[in-house]
Design a protein around this ligand. Sequence first.
Ligand SMILES: *Cc1c(COP(=O)(O)O)cnc(C)c1O
Length: 308
Amino acid sequence: MTDFSEQMHTFPANSPLQLLENPFPELVNIRLFLKRDDLLHPLVSGNKCRKLKYNLLAAREQKFTTLLTFGGAYSNHLYATAAAGQEFGFRTIGVVRGEELAKVVRNKTLLACEAYGMQLHFISRTEYRRKDEPDFLADLLHQFGPCYVLPEGGTNALAIRGTAEILPEIIDQLGDKPDYVCCPVGTGGTLAGLAQSTADGMNVLGFLSLNATEFHLPISGNDIARCQLETAYSFGGYAKTTPELLRFIQSFDRKTGVLLEQVYTGKMLYGIYDLALKGYFKTGATVVAVHTGGLQGRSEALNLQSKS
Ligand SMILES: *Cc1c(COP(=O)(O)O)cnc(C)c1O
């Protein structure tokens, strides 16, 4: 096995920037690119790679051997942390929302977490709400020993340092700054990184995948003014879908050959299409959408229906 710092040096590798040829059902005069962060790593998917990188380096530097984090039963962040633990030699503990889940058959996300060696610790929804309280954390650390703690969704200052590397890569690949850069928004860590690295004359658009009332941006001051949050494409809230959204994802797959999932990237691209067809983007604009990965959580229903 290669040395940790050497391994981290190339993690994540650069991801391709892909121009979509005639992606729209009618003529729309913009160039739409995908920044394919879904291809960054076979297991540690998309933006979770970016968000983990500097945290893994900090954990190693501070001599932690265990990572502890939080998530729901379908969490891409839990999955990515488990896979990164296996890849980079950390023990991992996942604190999962819902004590009832301990007794039922694991879903595929949690099964994969366990297969990567993550120890799952199920707690009630009431306890889970206390996950950021110091005494609650102290109890967990008492139980599990010293751990490098990552918040739910993985967003902290070091995560944003990682997502701030996406846009400079895009500008390098394009040879120019795009007019618009778009990403899906869960905790806002990816959007915050784009906002931090944006340049004059550029627009940063975040597509919220949950209801606006449930959301707090993790950035302050100038960075907020540098991005715009689209709240009209949450399709009823986090992890909610509609038949229309699923149909869109299937037609996008057929047209472009690129797989999306229904929680984040599908909602973002639906939003971009809707805005583009309404003439929102200026004529000739270059629009880059960050494909943040998450395909481990792609609904089986998307495969079944597309065959019929
Ligand atoms: C976690 C995740 C997001 C949300 O990223 P934030 O930084 O929390 O806003 C977006 N897309 C995918 C595929 C994800 O897994």
